[in-house]
Design a protein around this ligand. Structure first.
Ligand code: SF4
Length: 214
């Protein structure tokens, strides 16, 4: 775990991320807040590409909680059986759809507590939805962000919660909203797990990782 980078270094890092990609976007396909919740819930321990492949046809016929309930657990299972843990995920999506219809007027709530009360929606999923749909500066930490945060010193921490706190505490407020996507994309495509692409990394002179792959 690298030591925490200082404010000015982090500001420079995010200025470079911003210059390279001013409006970073998530890669999970969705057409509204509801399908975003479903896509994120399906993405646990699965790749975004794998989820997108399954939801392409699904969201054409079930883009609201009511339509998902009409499709039913069996019908949903058929659409998502290429995704890991699909049986449990199908159960959760049907349950959360019912709760949205019965308790939230079929709307997706915009509070972390309400989102986390839905079956299959944990803190990370709630943060992704708050960030991507409502543009809150919520910080969901996935495996890519955890790795990048610790290697570089942008947000070191032994646990996911500690990295989330480090991001909130150390990334300048004007970069908070897009920090999630800049970090996820940098971790996914550059600071990869096995052989990070340090030689071509735009923050290699600022990163604290001692075992750079140069
Ligand atoms: S220099 Fe290497 S370890 Fe540091 S952020 Fe870039 S890719 Fe990751």
């Amino acid at each position: 775990m690298a030591k925490q980078l200082d404010y000015h270094t982090i500001r420079e890092i995010f200025s470079r991320f911003q210059a390279a990609e001013p409006e970073p976007r998530g890669e999970l396909d969705h057409v509204n807040a509801y399908t975003l919740v479903v896509a994120v819930a399906l993405s646990a321990q699965a790749t975004d590409a794998g989820v997108n492949k399954a939801t392409r046809a699904l969201f054409k016929i079930a883009d609201t909680p009511e339509k998902m309930l009409a499709l039913g657990e069996q019908g949903l299972t058929e659409h998502i059986k290429t995704i890991g843990l699909f049986r449990q995920k199908a159960k959760n999506v049907i349950k959360l759809s019912r709760i949205l219809v019965e308790e939230y007027g079929s709307e997706v709530p915009n509070s972390r507590a309400a989102l986390q009360s839905l079956p299959g929606v944990g803190r990370k999923t709630a943060n992704v939805v708050l960030n991507m749909w409502w543009h809150y500066p919520a910080q969901a930490v996935d495996t890519h962000i955890f790795r990048l945060g610790n290697r570089s010193g942008i947000a070191p921490g032994k646990t996911v919660d500690a990295v989330e706190r480090a991001i909130e505490d150390n990334i300048p407020v004007d970069f908070q909203r897009h920090a999630h996507h800049w970090m996820i994309l940098h971790g996914r495509y550059h600071c990869v797990a096995r052989k990070p692409k340090c030689g071509a990394c735009l923050i290699r002179d600022l990163c604290h990782f001692e075992e750079k792959n140069l």
